[in-house]
Unconditional design. Structure first.
Length: 300
């Protein structure tokens, strides 16, 4: 591959847009493609790109719009958008999935799109600090669906063009997918826990501020998500947390005969729905995952 490969980035939201900006700032030619009018003209040029990063939505949607999270929390993960755009990648070229996908998805996609080299590289961008996070990653992870020479060379080529990180890893693609869910599920769990502690503290007459200061000073507590009130609301919201934990719970139900573990995840979902609903935070995102009736039918 030439010294500076032509980069394609499909999707120009806060993930794809900030990665595009970073590559251009570091001297790479970037072909940006998205459905917005300013980018859609680049659709055919994606086939020319040596390495194509994919940052498109992977929604979790209601499998049964009449279900209640407290009874039959049926949702469905969708990879249809990724499948729709993978044919744009040129034969023999490298495609790197940045979107969050269920463990095992990259291997299935590689089987179905065998004329390209597919990799999975989870992103860890926060919406508010996405530009900084894209330029200063704490971790660069490349997952390979197959242990072949061409996949290994592709992984090395992608590592070579990413901004430097303190931690780098090449692993199996399913392992990379689990790493991303570990990141999001950890944040989600922390938000729920600190909301529970907040309610206990208020009930026994405490001021939360000194408790918060002590939590943030504790080196053994990962405290990034320790603030119970965020964006004028409570609960784990945003474009990732709601959909990804619902998808993880669905996968857990499918893979494991473990009612107790399933109920732990379902209880966190139910509590989160209550927090978001009561504080009127991210209600559109909530309905997108669980259905239009989730707010009306939620049972405390």
């Amino acid at each position: 591959m030439k010294e500076k490969p032509l980069i394609g980035i499909i999707g120009q939201g806060f993930v794809g847009g900030n990665y595009s900006d970073d590559f251009e700032e570091r001297g790479y030619d970037v072909v940006r493609y998205a459905l917005e009018e300013r980018y859609e003209k680049n659709k055919e040029r994606i086939a020319e790109c040596d390495i194509v990063f994919i940052a498109v939505p992977t929604p979790t949607v209601p499998a049964d719009t009449s279900s209640k999270i407290t009874k039959d929390s049926s949702t469905r993960f969708e990879d249809t958008i990724i499948r729709a755009i993978l044919p744009l990648v040129g034969k023999g070229k490298i495609a790197v999935i940045k979107s969050t996908i269920l463990p095992g998805t990259t291997k299935k996609l590689q089987e179905d799109f065998s004329d390209i080299i597919l990799l999975m590289s989870p992103e860890f961008l926060r919406v508010v600090t996405a530009a900084h996070d894209a330029r200063n990653p704490f971790s660069n992870i490349i997952g390979m669906p197959k242990k072949t020479g061409k996949h290994q060379r592709a992984a090395e080529a992608v590592h070579a063009i990413l901004p430097k990180a303190s931690f780098t890893l090449t692993c199996d693609s399913t392992e990379a997918e689990v790493i991303k869910y570990a990141h999001n599920a950890s944040g989600y769990t922390q938000i729920i826990l600190f909301n529970l502690l907040y309610d206990v503290a208020k009930k026994v007459g405490c001021d939360w501020e000194p408790i918060s200061l002590a939590i943030k000073a504790d080196p053994l507590i990962s405290n990034y998500y320790s603030n119970p009130i965020h964006k004028n609301g409570r609960g784990a919201g945003g474009a990732c947390f709601i959909k990804d934990v619902a998808a993880l719970r669905g996968l857990y139900e499918t893979l494991l005969d473990d009612p107790l573990g399933r109920d732990v995840l379902k209880a966190m979902e139910a509590k989160n729905i209550g927090l978001l609903t009561e504080s009127k935070k991210d209600l559109d995102l909530l309905k997108g995952v669980y259905g239009d009736t989730v707010i009306q039918t939620y049972i405390h």
